[in-house]
Design a protein around this ligand. Structure first.
Ligand SMILES: Cc1ncc(COP(=O)(O)O)c(C=O)c1O
Length: 400
């Protein structure tokens, strides 16, 4: 028998080698208790969370929790069905209305995750004979959406406007074209030049989809994302987002002004052939989204936190993914996986949780310690975080 698992042997070996040195498994951390959006108990120790996507700190918001509890009591623990059969409750329509109000758009469709939103929308609108032009550093859910739909895939160099234009010009006349971009790229925390890219796409007759998973709630005057911040949201055909980051629960969505958008509810397989979100989840999401509309102070504090952490880490001598802070993600570039894992563990021992990211999730084979800030990190916590980076960096020889 040919063991179908033999294709994983190299990865198994690399993992065993890493763990044989006695380091804690960075991909298997258990949070024993979560006290707030910024603090958890890990290995029995108070740990500051700097590796969640809880950008706006909504997970413990009292109104959000109350809405979830009420929906659980009134509607039960789950819908047990698809949106097109028994899975649409009042709460699903209410969260879609909250999204339409948040983005000031005509249509909103909620999926069970952001992954499924990309999978569903991309695979359904771009099929065989259509072309998808996408940034090479796109999220896995975007690539998987492309694969499911059978369109021709044309990647271009990360954030390269000229490369995008060149690829678009090579596509045969009359073919359907979809350009897929992200507002914030989550590995390095850099943003896309959407203003130029949306203009180039439109000049070349393409529709544009922007995944704003890591910018919703935070970037742009109303928290609508990078497309809003760069003044091009009206020219974007589809915005994809998630409830698992700033909204603070789970779920995904697409908003659009396309007049035929609603037909997707009948033809989009990752929407039709899966169970809808539980009533408590859509209730927490709707409450959270409405509160995010009125969160300018939190947005300002989160920017201040990002700027201070970026400047502080740089001053300590770390190499960062961007020259300036562009989002709430600050990536610290490690020389290799071994050093990255050692630094990750040293930070955990100090009482700080960050994400260790490695290829293939990262661009250019990099090992990263990804820090994502929260609007509820206090000034004191940012100071503590910098102190922990200094201590762990010196202990592991990452800085002198
Ligand atoms: C850019 C991007 N799109 C989509 C997703 C998927 O979101 P979800 O967690 O809701 O499946 C993620 C999650 O990490 C993401 O980073």
């Amino acid at each position: 028998m040919n063991d179908l698992f033999s294709k994983f042997d190299a990865l198994i070996q690399q993992r065993e080698q890493l763990l044989s040195g006695g380091v804690t498994d960075p991909f298997n951390l258990v949070m024993e208790r979560v006290e707030s959006p910024t603090v958890a108990i890990c290995n029995g120790k108070r740990t500051i969370l700097l590796g969640t996507y809880n950008y706006m700190g909504m997970t413990f918001d009292p109104d959000v929790i109350a809405a979830g509890k009420k929906a659980l009591d009134e509607f039960g623990s789950g819908t047990t069905g698809s949106r097109v059969l028994n899975g649409t409750y009042g709460g699903h329509k209410a969260v879609e209305q909250a999204l339409k109000d948040f983005y000031a758009m005509d249509h909103a469709m909620v999926f069970s995750t952001g992954y499924q939103a990309n999978l569903g929308v991309i695979s359904t609108i771009a099929g065989k004979d259509d072309y998808i032009v996408l940034d090479i550093d796109s999220h896995a859910s975007i690539y998987d959406g492309c694969a499911l739909g059978n369109a021709q895939i044309v990647p271009f160099r990360h954030n390269d406007i000229e490369a995008l234009e060149k690829r678009l010009k090579r596509i045969p006349e009359g073919a359907g074209k979809l350009v897929v971009l992200e507002g914030v790229y989550s590995m390095l925390g850099d943003i896309a030049p959407l203003k130029e890219m949306v203009a180039v796409s439109k000049q070349n007759g393409a529709m544009v989809l922007v995944d704003e998973a890591h910018s919703m709630g935070f970037i742009g005057e109303n928290g609508r994302g990078v497309a809003e911040a760069q003044g091009v949201i009206d020219n974007v055909d589809f915005i994809i987002g998630t409830f698992s980051k700033s909204v603070g629960t789970v779920g995904g969505f697409c908003v659009s002004n396309h007049p035929k958008f609603e037909i997707l509810r009948l033809v989009c397989r990752p929407y039709v052939f899966t169970a809808s979100l539980p009533p408590s989840v859509v209730a927490t999401a709707a409450t959270s989204i409405r509160k995010l509309m009125d969160s300018a102070d939190k947005r300002a504090h989160l920017w201040a936190n990002s700027q201070r952490l970026h400047a502080g880490l740089r001053q300590l001598g770390f190499t960062l993914g961007t020259d300036e802070p562009q989002s709430a993600i600050i990536a610290v570039i490690m020389p290799d996986l071994e050093k990255g894992a050692a630094m990750w563990e040293a930070l955990l021992n100090e009482g700080l949780y960050v994400n260790l990211a490695r290829p293939p999730a990262t661009p250019a084979g990099m090992t990263l310690l990804r820090c994502s800030l929260c609007a509820l990190h206090s000034d004191e916590q940012v100071g503590e975080i910098l102190g922990m980076f200094a201590a762990a960096g010196r202990a592991t020889g990452c800085i002198s």
